[in-house]
Design a protein around this ligand. Structure first.
Ligand SMILES: Nc1ncnc2c1ncn2[C@@H]1O[C@H](COP(=O)(O)OP(=O)(O)OP(=O)(O)O)[C@@H](O)[C@H]1O
Ligand SMILES: [Mg+2]
Length: 258
């Protein structure tokens, strides 16, 4: 097991104007699961079920209220670990790309950080090589993110994450903002990276069809709890839980998925 989430709780407090704690939102209530090296785990559930909260906690971008995240059996604290163990890809690629940096500059910095070298030591062919992994070998690396399409930006964000050599990639709704014909391409890219690089991936989406195409195993979340988990074929082909059945019947059909 590369990653274990043990009894994770997350409660958000919204403060009143006097600074008193008032409303509580129980975003996560006792989440337990583990991920094997090289696995793609799908996290699916409706809006507000706690998927992004869980993704952020796994990546160390947010602290759990209770429970712990273990990496290779050791408790993980992002502050103590210098190595970039987990990287996150967001729905909007702007969340991971700095608009003020050219693509070449951003990738050079990420490759340098991943290799523990100074950026000046990273040659252009290394940048081309990482771009070829996401199908963008021919782009002009002197361009800025806004000069690329949404699908290209998401590919660049994935290239940047790969350059940092993470042990785990968490993709939070990575295709939801893209045109449906582009969604299938990015989904296939994520599968290819898992196969070719052996990278462990958590794929978060509200669309159970997309999650089924990508994932080996699926976790279904509802209101901060896991309601069902198992191999993708079993969860989608033979769901036991009523909530899972509801998600399956609500799926919009994407003709580009195969
Ligand atoms: N920073 C925050 N402060 C307060 N409440 C929050 C915060 N982030 C999330 N929440 C609440 O926690 C719950 C879970 O939110 P989360 O974003 O994890 O859901 P999600 O499954 O990712 O939803 P979506 O599919 O819409 O992205 C929601 O009720 C949300 O309103
Ligand atoms: Mg979310």
């Amino acid at each position: 097991m590369i990653l274990e989430a043990k009894n994770i709780y997350k409660t958000y407090f919204s403060e009143t104007f006097l600074g008193r704690r008032s409303d509580r939102v129980k975003a996560l209530s006792g989440i337990n699961f583990s991920v094997k090296k090289g696995e793609i785990l799908g996290l699916v559930g409706e809006s507000g079920s706690g998927k992004s909260t869980l993704g952020r906690i796994i990546c160390g971008l947010d602290k759990p209220t209770g429970g712990e995240v273990k990496w290779s059996g050791k408790k993980w604290s992002p502050k103590k670990s210098k190595k970039c163990s987990a990287q996150m890809i967001f729905q909007n690629p702007a969340g991971s790309l700095n608009p003020k940096l050219t693509v070449g500059y951003a990738l050079r910095e990420a490759l340098a950080a991943g290799a523990g070298l100074r950026p000046g030591r990273i040659k252009n062919d290394k940048i081309r090589n990482i771009l070829s992994k996401v199908g963008l070998e021919k782009i002009n690396i002197k361009n800025y993110p806004y000069q690329f399409s949404g699908g290209q930006q998401q590919r660049i964000a994935i290239a940047r994450a790969l350059a940092l050599k993470p042990e785990l990639l968490v993709c939070d709704e990575p295709v939801s903002a893209l045109d449906i014909s582009i969604q299938a391409q990015v989904i296939n890219l994520i599968k290819k990276i898992n196969k070719e690089e052996g990278l462990t991936i958590i794929f978060i989406a509200h669309d159970i069809e997309a999650v089924n195409i990508v994932s080996h195993n699926i976790i279904v979340m509802n209101k901060g709890k896991i309601v069902e988990k198992g191999p993708a074929g079993q969860i989608v082909g033979n769901p036991e839980n009523d909530y899972t059945k509801k998600l399956i019947s609500a799926v919009p059909v994407n003709p580009y998925y195969k």
